[in-house]
Design a protein around this ligand. Structure first.
Ligand SMILES: [Zn+2]
Length: 414
């Protein structure tokens, strides 16, 4: 999870000239108040206060907030969380106000963090925060997770909700972190059947993974009819990962991204795990190309870290075939059939009552915290709206249910 993965990715993205095919932004950090939209106030406060120096004095809190082995305290941990969460929130805002159709934050995707505790090197759950932001404008959000670990933090956050459908493809074994994500975990109460899990065994190969992914995602999307999609692209599901034990190539991992993009819905793409830095950087660069609609040559561009990509210096090094595939044709078919049956219970996409959307937190933030870009977007939004409701400060938007039928989404400003 070293931030150096981002630097390597950045080098390749710039080297291929992909920055010319999209807009790049340096968003502000998430505020404490924004983090508290999901996380407990005492946990946010602990993250803010803890340092490697005072850590000893806070031993009791360590246990309570699960900080320690997998989630070490390091210098500026809070600032680190604010940065990656701030980027996912900014991405969600851009999708919600329709200033972009695809947004990428490779530093996000920390799917294990819980409301009141850290887990698996995830301290703040930027995915949940981003989905909460999207839900203010979008009636239904689909979350897809292709990290090798179960997306437990996101599933748990929306386990009772029918407005967020979570689907996680992961390794499921008794001794494999986090130990959840069985086929039988389907959601509860209103959220029953809105959590889907695809538990896999070691060594799954490109062909089986892609055909299962498409066979599950196509009917999920046509049945649930999401207004937007959040895709967590953890790269520890690639072959040759230091923790992961799948057999996927970068091309197969990217094919999942290409398939989801093909539905043409507002899409937030996030990073996640990935413990072989050179593979992670290659994978996320390739996927940036897929999302930008650019075919990248296999030969890597020269960059400051060229030696990291030895010995082949290619975008698609051989990563597959190292581990025996323990997934049988029958076991995969059983998963596919079981999930297709669960989708029948969805009984069409749930509707959302028309309601006022409260002004977003960003709109209320002190001027010094908000960036010029956010202020400009607010002003543009205010100019573009008719019959502005003065009570809503120009940000009052409502869903018009009639306009949402047929899967078309349109927000209307009053
Ligand atoms: Zn992972």
């Amino acid at each position: 999870m070293r931030p150096h993965r981002m630097e390597l990715t950045n080098q390749l993205v710039l080297g291929y000239g992909l920055h010319e095919k999209m807009s790049m932004h340096a968003p502000r950090k998430a505020t404490e108040e924004e983090l508290r939209q999901f996380h407990d106030a005492d946990y946010v406060d602990f993250l803010k206060r803890v340092t490697p120096k005072n850590a000893q004095a806070l031993t009791k809190d360590w246990t309570k907030f699960n900080v320690g082995d997998d989630c070490p305290v390091f210098h500026d941990v809070f600032s680190f969380c604010q940065q990656y969460a701030g980027a996912s929130l900014a991405a969600a805002r851009k999708l919600a106000n329709e200033s972009t159709d695809i947004a990428i934050n490779w530093s996000g995707g920390l799917h294990h963090a819980k409301k009141g505790e850290a887990s698996g090197f995830c301290y703040v759950n930027d995915i949940v925060l981003a989905i909460l932001e999207l839900l203010r404008y979008h009636p239904r959000v689909l979350y897809i997770d292709i990290d090798i670990h179960h997306g437990d933090g996101v599933q748990e956050a929306f386990y009772l909700s029918n407005r967020v459908l979570t689907v996680s493809f992961h390794k499921y074994a008794a001794d494999f972190f986090p130990g959840t994500g069985n086929l039988s975990e389907i959601g509860s109460d209103l959220g029953k059947y809105f959590s889907l899990n695809v538990p896999l065994q070691d060594g799954i190969d490109d062909e089986s993974y892609i055909s299962l992914f498409k066979a599950i995602m196509e009917p999920t999307i046509t049945t649930f009819r999401p207004s937007s999609i959040v895709l967590q692209c953890g790269a520890d599901s690639l072959g040759c990962d230091r923790l992961g034990t799948f057999n996927l190539s970068i091309a197969a991992h990217g094919e999942c991204v290409r398939f989801i993009k093909s539905f043409g819905l507002p899409l937030l793409v996030l990073g996640g795990g990935g413990y072989r830095q050179s593979s992670v950087a290659r994978c996320w660069t390739y996927e940036t190309g897929v999302l930008a609609g650019v075919t990248l040559p296999d030969e890597l561009p020269s960059n400051n870290y060229y030696q990291f990509f030895a010995p082949d210096y290619h975008l698609h090094p051989p990563l597959t075939g190292q581990i025996q595939n323990l997934n049988t044709r029958q076991s995969l078919e059983r998963i596919r059939v079981t999930i297709r049956e669960k989708l029948r219970y969805l009984n069409g996409a749930p509707s959302v009552q028309m309601q006022e959307i409260p002004p977003d937190l960003g709109g209320w933030l002190a001027d010094e915290v908000r960036t010029r870009e956010e202020k400009d977007e607010d002003e543009e939004g205010a100019e573009g709206s008719e019959n502005k409701d003065p009570e809503m400060g120009g940000r009052g938007e409502y869903f018009d249910l009639e306009e949402m039928t047929g899967g078309r989404k349109r927000t209307r400003a009053f």
